[in-house]
Design a protein around this ligand. Structure first.
Ligand SMILES: Nc1ncnc2c1ncn2[C@@H]1O[C@H](COP(=O)(O)OP(=O)(O)OP(=O)(O)O)[C@@H](O)[C@H]1O
Ligand SMILES: [Mg+2]
Length: 233
């Protein structure tokens, strides 16, 4: 991947995400995390190479297929990209309304999720009147409300305190348990070591993968996750 005639930002990137997997994406600032996510939500086509998303070859898929594929991907943008003329509630409701979900269900689901993310008192607020961390939580709620097949979150905890960051990770894990494949770009070593998931690491345009470290001891697969009890929204 390159921007215009610039240098290749990503050049040796080979990986595959199993459906239902959960990965962190790391790398120093400028390493290409947001760029890789752009390829994965089909906002940017690769200059060379191959991408297959939901078993479809992106390079040869007809352009009119892309919006349909994109609809299965939830994205938390690094810079939020909320609609400033809509309330927090309406921003989060939008993906469900687009999917044709009936109003009473939309209202119930949106309220529940905004409550869980600590925004109960801000449902009617427009994004410009919210703090950075509050806007970030609205962006997260919007990305996950329709239970996408793939969730891509770019620094989704960059503007909240540590406790809220952990709470949001529980939310992503809950979504993952329901079948969503999750990729979270983050600089937070604390989150990475607390939540044991494999890591995709970018450096000089090259991607390497690392299994979850054994920092938590030999937790076997059937050991209950410490998040499980708390994670029910
Ligand atoms: N729109 C753009 N046009 C030209 N170059 C860009 C553009 N966006 C990013 N770049 C360049 O691509 C490289 C990777 O940027 P990217 O935003 O993907 O990094 P990142 O890992 O997400 O960084 P951060 O942790 O700061 O968010 C950088 O060298 C950056 O300057
Ligand atoms: Mg970035």
């Amino acid at each position: 991947m390159r921007y215009g005639t610039g240098p290749e930002v990503l050049r040796e990137v080979t990986f595959s995400l199993a459906p239902g997997s959960f990965h962190f994406l790391t790398g120093r600032s400028g390493a290409g995390k947001s760029s890789l996510l752009k390829l994965m939500y089909l906002a940017h086509r690769p200059s060379r190479g191959l991408i297959t998303l939901f078993d479809e070859d992106i390079a040869t898929a007809p352009r009119k297929r892309l919006p349909l594929l994109r609809r299965r991907v939830g994205v938390v943008f690094q810079e939020f990209r909320l609609l400033n003329h809509l309330s927090a509630f309406d921003n989060v409701a939008l993906p469900l309304q687009v999917a044709g979900v009936r109003d009473s269900t939309v209202r119930k689901n949106v309220r529940e999720l905004l409550n869980w993310t600590g925004l109960a008192d801000h449902m009617k607020a427009r994004p410009p009147t919210l703090s950075g961390g509050q806007q970030q939580r609205v962006a997260i709620a919007r990305a996950i409300i329709a239970k996408p097949s793939l969730l891509l979150a770019d620094e989704p905890t960059g503007n909240v305190d540590e406790a809220m960051g952990v709470r949001l990770l529980y939310l992503f894990e809950e979504l993952n348990r329901m079948g969503t494949t999750v990729v979270i770009a983050t600089h937070s070593e604390a989150l990475i070591s607390r939540f044991q998931h494999p890591v995709l690491h970018l450096e000089d345009g090259v991607l390497t993968t690392r299994q979850a470290s054994a920092a938590r001891g030999s937790s076997s697969d059937d050991a209950p996750s410490p998040s499980a009890a708390e994670a029910k929204p």
